[in-house]
Write a protein that binds this ligand. Structure first.
Ligand code: SF4
Length: 454
């Protein structure tokens, strides 16, 4: 069981010195109890107490960190069964595999995919983050050397013999890979390697019973950073295993299952379409790492977007800052548009304006991250608040015309807004952002005529 804020406060020195970044020891204790601060941030707590509190306040599923430097990928760390209870914490890295038995061309192709398959959506970079590398001895070491040089941002899962994995771990240096893995046959060898090198280790069981026994033994040996693979024989069994592992860890605090889980959707089908559908299921319930048989842009993009949606905090809307956003170097005769600060709306509108190549001023009004119609219904994007923002934001000093385009969904407030902003002509834009370029082109032409006449 976790500790309460009061119990944690009892173990603090109560200097109220603020060195932890909080105004009082009490405030700090509450944050530690809520899992929002690390007890080690207080420099005056005895290391033994730090360990005791860190243990008691740790999430029921351990956070295991792969990678290093600018590319750290935490996996696990989950505290709830269902996203609506709080949020899911760490999105599962996605990727495919490379084996030393593959042809040179195939290895080149797969490395090339990691360089090419990258996207940006609502300001977030989406790309495959993990690569499973399988090989023996010096072949594995050479492969890992090449991958580290060419794909330095990609986390690695290493599979092979002890000599190969040990050499590859040395190549990785501070960039932590994951060893795959320790099963009944090689348990002593792989657990010793993980202990000696301080590298996270996958425990592979042929059933849930065996998995829990091996994980228990690994914990007793002193290993902390484990990842689980139940080697389910069918999709149904895999799904059941994942639910049992997550439930046992969170509801029962069952230690041997309190670790992230690695999954391989291609084990259950030869069809890539079905494989990517299975991956979609596993992202939601409850994979911590997903290794696909290959990377195909159309499927991967959809999986990454699904993952982004599931792993956003449902209590915090994605939003951008209120303000004036110049796009394509606008001047005093460039169109002015306004919309809400819901991040998805902002990036879609911005993308259409950028794509049109027409210089424009995009006004973003703070609607607490609500979309246009929701914000209007909540009284955050009505005529009065838009007018107040237009007067306050400084756009009147940036342009010489007075034409303001509002979202098509706000057509109903045009008259009211004209009363609130008598100097402005209010233009109703399209309902869908895809209609913006045509409208902007027309408006820009009108404004250029006005510029010539001035
Ligand atoms: S650093 Fe420690 S002693 Fe100082 S305020 Fe924070 S918790 Fe209290």
């Amino acid at each position: 069981m976790g500790l309460t804020g009061i119990q944690i406060l009892g173990k603090l020195p109560k200097k109220n010195c603020k060195e932890c970044g909080y105004p009082t020891c009490m405030a700090f204790a509450m944050k530690v109890a809520a899992g929002q601060a690390e007890i080690s941030a207080c420099p005056y707590v005895d290391p033994k107490v730090v360990e005791e509190i860190a243990e008691a306040t740790a999430p029921p599923i351990r956070t295991v960190k792969l990678g290093g430097g600018d590319y750290v990928y935490p996996i696990g760390g989950e505290i709830v069964l269902f996203r609506h209870e709080k949020r899911f914490e760490n999105p599962p890295p996605l990727g495919t595999f490379i084996k030393d038995s593959m042809s040179r061309e195939e290895i080149d192709r797969r490395i090339g995919l990691y360089k090419r398959l990258q996207w940006e959506r609502v300001g977030v970079k989406l790309y495959p983050e993990v690569l499973y590398v399988e090989g023996k001895g010096s072949n594995l070491i050479d492969l890992v050397k090449r991958i580290r040089e060419e794909l330095p941002w990609v986390a690695l899962v290493l599979s092979g013999d002890r000599a190969g994995i040990e050499g590859a771990i040395k190549v990785c240096g501070d960039f932590k890979p994951l060893i795959y893995g320790a099963k009944a046959e090689n348990f002593e060898e792989m657990t010793s390697l993980a202990l000696d090198t301080g590298t996270p280790l996958t425990i592979i069981g042929s059933s849930l019973d065996e998995l829990s026994q091996l994980a228990e033994r690994a914990i007793q040996k002193g290993l902390k950073d484990l990842v689980l693979d139940s080697c389910a024989q069918s999709l149904r069994e895999l799904f059941e295993d994942l639910v049992i592992i997550r439930r046992s860890a969170i509801r029962k605090r069952y230690k041997p299952f309190g670790f992230p889980v690695i999954t391989f959707p291609y084990r259950y089908t030869d069809s890539y379409l079905l494989e990517s559908s299975i991956a979609g299921l596993l992202i939601a319930k409850y994979a911590s790492l997903v290794i696909l048989s290959d990377l195909r842009g159309d499927a991967l993009f959809n999986l990454l977007v699904e993952r982004m949606n599931i792993f956003t905090d449902p209590q915090k809307p994605l939003m951008v800052e209120e303000g004036i956003y110049p796009i394509n170097n606008p001047d005093e005769y460039s169109p002015v548009l306004i919309t809400c600060n819901f991040a998805l709306t902002y990036f879609i509108v911005r993308g259409e304006v950028e794509g049109s190549r027409i210089p424009a001023w995009l006004l973003i009004k703070n609607t607490d991250g609500l979309s246009v119609l929701t914000a209007w219904a909540a009284g955050k994007f009505g005529a009065d608040s838009i007018a107040e923002f237009v007067k306050r934001c400084g756009i009147e000093q940036k342009v010489k015309h007075r034409k303001l385009e509002i979202p098509g969904y706000l057509a109903g407030i045009k008259g009211e807004l004209e009363e609130e902003l008598p100097d402005w002509e209010i233009l109703v834009g399209p309902r869908e952002a895809s209609g913006l370029p045509a409208l902007l082109k027309k408006l820009y032409a009108e404004l250029q005529e006005m510029k010539k006449a001035s």
